[in-house]
Design a protein around this ligand. Structure first.
Ligand code: SF4
Length: 861
């Protein structure tokens, strides 16, 4: 279908800005032209998420009919040995054939839509919204009482009996269903089962069409099964709150049906996937605090004699009226993750497993990064990316996220603590453990002892590469052993048992200490058992070494790092129709091209960057040309730079920016800021500056200063915040309006080239270029570019905090003469680059700043 057939505004619920139309048109074109990747930069506050929803949904609705018919024709072709539709037939014969397939499909789709509509109307009549359901009596009354119980549970201290620490007897050679038939066999059996299920669904549908049976929730399943969406939109983001924002946005537009005449109303089948921590409704399980503990407790509950009362792994459960009712209610209107919990409680059905059953029918699915980026998670959740439109939001940190999912690190201290914990546990419970548990715990401890000895003996310098075979040289441990131990940790849940026991001992200890020290020595509770961290590291030992590298890292650690993030990303690219990487600051784009999809041809990649929605006069960027402002490693400690130039700049800027507007300055590292503060304390500069503006500064182990700074700004006191690039305040915080009228970037925040990670990365890059026939000069150019990209990405992220909505205004100050060099300037986000002013001396910059704020003060009156 052509572009002219959709609304020019892509069904955007508001009058879209020009840049929103440009973004939507780009996305639509990318999908229509079959491009593989789009890198989309649209600053925060420009309505990026809504534009992405409108463009992708419009494309999907315009093309679904085509996709449906092609799919049907192909599957018929395959089933009939390619006889149904032939290239030899005239076009009109093929067209008629496709049309007949589509008509069959539409009958079932329309029936299902009617069913969802009825559900929605019934739901509205009885309760208006899901939130209201909780307050009502009757069926949904149970929800509130469960909620109350749950709230009470949160205050109940978990008391554990000794019995709770004992794992189930472990038989090391026991085989699971999957180990007997093999993973592939299990999948095949599952497929056969689904196929036989489908044929019974088709029979039901035919009966329904013939008027032999009537529609109710139990036979609605056949319409649902037949209406599996052929192409899905997957939207992945970093946090649940960002996913929740997506939900609120997708509620706003109304999209036309894909089959306007035959199915007048087509609901957006939206499914928010979430973890058991968000969705579990079993009070015995939700009492645990961490995701790992909840996952473990769920497995225990499901495998216990009574099972979990909200879930059964049977087809009866999947097809039970309440399970289907939950699935269909999810699709009857846009539901948030939070809505699924009361829904599940009201029906007594586990929302986590029910939402997995709903996946084939969903049209738009939101999910956290981990679910999308980890191949094993995708496979276990049966997330199929075939032909999907994948949107990755906040994608500026995508490479780091992939690296962290597939990398692992363990320190000597971790290993020692883990070893000690296992020994303490073993000594306490050994007489009550069965032989399988005893043997495996002893093996695990011997493995840890070998690793401890290896680090103690061999840790010489950071960045030293390690051959994994050397770690176990002279011991009788091999990869097979590690596999068995990992399986034991997984199946026995021993990590959780040991952690709970050591935690209980520490609690007793800390209560004792607290009495003596008034709580001053209370240790923070770790979010996951230490043995999980160790076992993630052990699992890397079973990886192919060509994918990554082991090396020594600071803190007497061994790290395994993935060297080529493009490898795991390939599996997404190979399956998906298109991958859209979106973010407020996507520059430098070359980082993605070289690291994430080096094999994709440039014709298949579209890049888009738009300006901000704010008027031009709301943002000015200044890059000084004064050579004294150069914060290189050699020059940045200069007393005259710190005590005269830099200090004087902040005093003058503090006076030029109105008192009610905050100033946020970013420094390259904690150490450097600490040094500056120390210098200014000694010569009383700090006292002087404090008289002009109240100073707040980040320190490595210091407390959170954001609340104090925000309060001070709200009170209209002149305030200045010194923060760290890559620190707690450089990401995820909106410094909008008066919270930040001036953002200063002091120097260029290059990463520490002496970190083990960067030593290995640079070496890998050099080797790769040399191996492929490159010169030394090309290799050093590539490593320089690699370092500059990391640096400029951090700059874009930090300064991108300032402007957050269409009426916001602020200035950006790039305080290092090197920002005038093309290699750095080119890597700034477009909206920053386009706002760079001609004033370059500090005097000019300060005068221009006064004029900028005077103009805004006039406009405000
Ligand atoms: S099956 Fe569902 S409700 Fe039951 S424990 Fe697991 S996540 Fe919770």
């Amino acid at each position: 279908m052509g572009q002219k057939e959709y609304s020019e505004t892509f069904y955007h619920p508001y009058e879209p800005y020009d840049i929103q139309i440009q973004l939507m048109e780009t996305v639509y074109r990318v999908l229509s032209e079959g491009k593989k990747i789009a890198i989309l930069e649209s600053p925060t506050g420009t309505g990026k998420t809504l534009s992405l929803i409108c463009a992708t949904m419009t494309w999907l609705r315009m093309n679904k009919a085509d996709i449906f018919t092609r799919r049907e024709a192909n599957s018929e072709n395959n089933e009939n040995g390619g006889e149904s539709e032939s290239e030899d037939e005239p076009d009109w014969v093929n067209d008629t054939y496709r049309e007949s397939l589509l008509q069959e499909k539409l009958v079932s789709l329309n029936e299902y839509e009617k069913h969802l509509n009825e559900l929605n109307i019934t739901g509205r009549k009885s309760s208006k919204t899901i939130h209201d359901l909780n307050k009502e009596d009757g069926r949904y009354g149970a929800v509130e009482s469960l909620r109350k119980r749950r709230r009470r549970n949160q205050h109940i201290d978990i008391s554990l009996e000794e019995q709770d620490f004992i794992p189930q007897p472990y038989e090391s050679d026991s085989e699971t269903y999957e180990t007997i038939v093999g993973l592939r066999g299990a999948r095949l059996l599952d497929k056969h089962h689904r196929l036989s299920e489908l044929s019974s669904e088709i029979k039901t549908l035919l009966n329904r069409i013939d008027g032999k049976i009537s529609m109710d929730s139990s036979n609605s399943n056949c319409f649902a099964v037949l209406n599996q969406n052929p192409v899905k939109i997957y939207f992945a983001s970093r946090t649940y709150s960002q996913l929740s924002q997506f939900t609120s946005q997708i509620r706003l537009p109304t999209f036309p049906s894909s089959f306007r005449n035959k199915v007048p109303d087509e609901k957006v089948k939206y499914l928010p996937l979430a973890s058991k921590k968000q969705l579990c409704i079993n009070p015995k399980v939700t009492k645990w605090k961490t995701l790992e503990a909840i996952n473990d407790a769920c497995t225990d509950a499901r495998h216990s004699k009574e099972g979990c009362s909200f879930y059964q792994n049977t087809n009866e459960w999947r097809h039970a009226p309440d399970t289907l009712a939950l699935r269909d209610t999810i699709f009857s209107e846009i539901q948030d993750i939070e809505d699924l919990v009361p829904l599940g409680k009201s029906l007594g059905i586990c929302p986590y497993y029910a939402s997995r059953e709903a996946l084939p029918i969903a049209e738009v699915v939101t999910l956290p990064y981990q679910y999308l980026l980890s191949e094993s998670t995708r496979s276990s959740l049966q997330i199929d990316l075939q032909d999907a439109i994948v949107i990755i939001d906040e994608a500026h940190n995508l490479i780091e996220t992939i690296n962290s999912i597939y990398s692992s690190e363990v320190s000597l201290e971790d290993l020692r603590n883990c070893h000690k914990g296992i020994l303490t546990y073993f000594n306490k419970f050994k007489s009550r453990l069965n032989p399988g548990n005893r043997v495996n715990l002893l093996k695990l401890n011997s493995l840890l002892t070998t690793l401890i000895q290896f680090i103690t003996k061999n840790f010489k310098k950071i960045g030293l590469e390690i051959d994994p075979n050397d770690m176990f040289e002279g011991s009788n441990i091999d990869t097979l052993n590690i596999h068995k131990i990992l399986r034991y940790i997984k199946v026995s849940k021993i990590a959780y048992k040991i952690d709970a026991y050591t935690q209980a001992l520490e609690d007793i200890e800390s209560v004792r200490n607290e009495k003596q020290t008034n709580g001053a020595h209370r240790k923070p509770v770790s979010s996951q058992p230490l043995l999980f961290k160790v076992s993630k590291f052990l699992s890397c030992l079973t990886n192919l070494t060509s994918e990554g590298q082991f090396f020594f890292e600071k803190g007497c650690s061994i790290k395994y790092m993935l060297l080529e993030p493009s490898e795991p990303f390939d599996s997404i690219l190979n399956q998906a129709k298109c991958v859209l990487l979106a973010g407020g600051t996507m520059e430098p784009v070359s980082e993605f091209l070289t690291n994430l999809f080096p094999k994709v041809s440039s014709e298949s990649i579209t890049t888009f960057s738009c300006n901000h929605v704010i008027p031009k006069e709301n943002l000015k960027t200044y890059a000084t040309n004064q050579s004294e402002f150069e914060f290189t490693f050699e020059k940045r400690m200069s007393p005259s730079l710190i005590n005269d130039r830099l200090f004087q700049f902040f005093v003058e800027l503090s006076e030029a920016v109105p008192q009610k507007g905050g100033i946020v300055a970013f420094f390259p590292s904690y150490q450097y800021l600490a040094h500056i503060i120390e210098c200014w304390k000694q010569n009383e500069n700090l006292t002087h500056l404090n008289k002009v503006r109240k100073i707040f500064y980040e320190s490595k182990d210091g407390e959170d200063i954001l609340a104090g700074y925000s309060e001070s700004v709200a009170e209209g006191k002149g305030s200045i915040l010194f923060a760290i690039v890559g620190g707690k305040l450089s990401e995820g915080i909106n410094f909008q309006d008066n919270l930040c009228r001036a953002v200063v970037m002091v120097g260029l925040p290059f990463p520490n080239i002496f970190s083990g990670e960067l030593i290995i990365k640079r070496k890998h890059l050099t080797n790769k270029i040399m191996k492929s026939g490159g010169t030394k000069e090309e290799a050093s150019q590539a490593t320089r570019e690699f370092m500059e990209n990391i640096c400029m990405k951090a700059v874009n992220q930090s300064i991108g905090r300032a402007i957050r909505h269409a009426n916001d205004y602020a200035n950006i100050y790039l305080l290092d003469v090197r920002y005038n060099r093309p290699n750095f300037r080119e890597k700034l986000s477009r909206w920053v680059k386009d706002s760079i002013n001609s004033e370059q001396t500090i005097n000019q910059i300060i005068s221009s700043t006064r004029l900028f704020f005077a103009a805004h003060s006039r406009n405000a009156h």
